[in-house]
Every structure is written in C-alpha cells, then in structure tokens.
Write a protein of this length. Structure first.
Length: 354
C-alpha cells in the first residue's frame, strides 16, 4: 500500500474540523499538522486530529516546517489571498475553501499563480459532490431532459452561524452573502449548463437577520434574501432564490433543471431526485442513502468526503483539479456581479479575468 498523503489544515474552525474528520475516513490520507491563530480553534483541531498532530499558531510556520504533502485552507474568506501567496512559495498541493477570494482582482491574480504552481490547486465546492446533485449533473449532461433552457436553485435556510471574531457579519470580510454563501451555486450553474455566465440581474436586501446586533458600534451589513437571474452565452438562464430566515423548511435546497423534453428535480436533505418527462410517462424517483459515518463527519451531507476522495486521487495520479482556480474565480465573479446589481439596481455584466 502506498504511503498516506500527509495533510496540513490551515484554519481549524467548523469547516476545518469537518475536513479533518472526513480525511480520517480515508485510509491513504493522514492529517499531520494544523494551524490556527485562535487558541479555541486550535483546540478544536487538536481534538479532531488526535494527539500526534503537530500544532502551529502561524500557518507560515506550518508551511515551512510541517511534514506535509498537501494543505487545506479553511481560514476566513478575507485571508485566502494572503494564505495562498504563501502556499505558492511551496510545492504543496492545496484545496482552498470557497470562495476562492473575496474580490475578483484577487481571484485573477490567484488564477495566474495557480497556472505556474507545481502542485494541484483545487477550490472546495462541496455541492458538486452531493450524491443527488452529482446525479443531476450526469443526467443533464447525458441529454436526459433534452436541450437545457432553465435551471432553478432554491436555498431556504437558517441565518449565518457565529464565527470567531464575528468576521462573517460584514461584507468587507466575506465578499458579500452572494459571494460567501452562494458562489458554490453559481459554480453549479456554470457546471450544469456548460455555458459561460454573461449577465446578472439581482434583487436582494437585509430585512431580518442580525439587525439587532452591534460590533464596535457597527451593525452587520450582509444580505439575507435575494433573487438572482444569470444569463448564459448559450441562451440558458438560471435563477437563485435565497432566503436565510427560513429555518425548518422541509428541504433546505431544491434544484430544478428543465429542458425541452423533461425536468430533473433534486431535494436536500431528502436526498432524492425526481425525473419527469413531457410525454406523460411515469416519473422516476431515486433516493440516495448516506453512510452514517459521513453524516457524522460534517454538515454537508457526505460531500466533503467525496470531494477529498477526488482531490486525493488527483494527487495520486498527477491529474488536473476537478474544480480549478478559474472555476472558483468565475463563481466569485458572478457573486460579485450580483452584489453590484443589488447595490446599483441594474443588470451587471460578469467580469472576465482571462
């Protein structure tokens, strides 16, 4: 058996610990080092990774000294750009959590650096790896619904969770809700349609959440609901319906891909897929069972495990990332355009970075 790939986890808050727990389920992976500037987060990471893990306060010390082959960057959004600059000084493989960065110009520079980096640069877009969503993607690409014309994604969920230092309460730290929270939906839109997003029309606001909170006398400014329409260069259009004050919805996420001959719907956390045809034939329903080990290893319905399995396989075979820096940059560009569309109350073209 090959030697395990050794991982360093930079940022051991909730998502960093989810990465640790999922990597522990892979026999050919081992977390050997963690780093976090916050003492409480470091203790969470140490508890998740075990007593043998090397612990660093400064991620730069981890990159210089730790026995690792790959790193996972799960630090706050606004730190991703600086952390990646240090990673690019090494030869390490890297999986960086979404969003790639908080600004399009930063993303552009990361795309340029990633093209020269000897290691694999992979952006964490876990929704691609949810079993029902992965099946929807396969069915659409196989032509099951015919020519795809409409794609709708609804997320009705709970408000943003507390974070260390409450960094996620302000758009300057997150890139804005439609970058921070929704870039993985915009990534799915591009992946499913296999077209390039060109224009965004958005309407949204902060109407309910965090209005009674104050940090240093400053009230949070993050959007908690929005409709976003995305036009694609092949004629397909997509809709995001986001509400972050809809706790206890029957399904947190629903997706519908509708083509000229049928429709595929996905429901999460029901983990079901329904395929209907315009010819009136009997609908097909698929239910996906989630391994209990994956259910307890994180909050993303097993997708983090499958994401790491794919990342690890790419490292082993010297392959290309399934989710490239360019993919991550495009998702940020759509989210940033949506935030701008809301502010300026007009359609906004999606920025290019090539």
């Amino acid at each position: 058996m090959e030697e395990p790939i050794r991982y360093g986890i930079i940022g051991t808050g909730m998502m960093g610990c989810e990465h640790i727990l999922n990597l522990s389920l892979l026999p050919d992976a081992r977390v050997t080092a963690i780093a976090d500037a916050n003492e409480t987060s470091r203790s969470w990471g140490r508890s998740a990774a075990g007593d043998d893990v090397e612990v660093y306060e400064d991620y730069r010390d981890l990159l210089r000294s730790a026995p690792i082959d790959a790193v996972v960057v799960a630090t706050p959004n606004f730190t991703h750009f600086d952390v990646l600059q240090e990673v690019f000084r090494t030869h390490k493989h890297v999986l960086v959590e979404k969003p790639l960065c908080t600004e399009v110009e930063q993303c552009r520079r990361v795309v340029e650096s990633a093209a020269k980096h000897p290691g694999i640069v992979w952006v964490g877009m876990e929704y691609r790896y949810m079993q029902s969503v992965a099946r929807l993607i396969d069915e659409v690409h196989a032509g099951v619904v015919g020519r795809l014309w409409m794609l709708a994604i609804r997320e009705h969920r709970f408000p943003f969770l507390p974070k260390v230092g409450d960094w996620n309460r302000f758009a300057r730290n997150t890139g804005g809700t439609l970058v921070e929270k929704c870039c993985h939906f915009f990534d799915l839109m591009s992946l499913i349609t296999r077209q390039r997003p060109t224009r965004v029309y958005a309407s949204g606001a902060q109407n309910v959440n965090h209005l009674d909170e104050s940090y240093g006398g400053e009230v949070p400014d993050i959007i908690d609901n929005a409709y976003v329409i995305v036009d694609f260069d092949g004629g397909t259009r997509a809709l995001l319906d986001l509400c972050m004050f809809a706790e206890n919805s029957t399904n947190e996420v629903e997706m519908a891909a509708t083509g000229e001959s049928g429709k595929i719907e996905v429901f999460i956390p029901a983990h079901s897929l329904v395929l209907t045809h315009r010819d009136g034939s009997e609908p097909t329903r698929l239910d996906f069972k989630l391994d209990p080990r994956l259910r307890t290893a994180g909050a993303h319905h097993g997708s983090t495990y499958f994401e790491h399995r794919a990342f690890l396989d790419a490292i082993r075979r010297g392959g290309k990332p399934a989710v490239s820096a360019a993919d991550g940059a495009l998702a940020v560009a759509v989210g940033a355009a949506a935030e701008q569309s809301i502010r300026e109350r007009r359609p906004v073209d999606v920025a290019r970075w090539e």
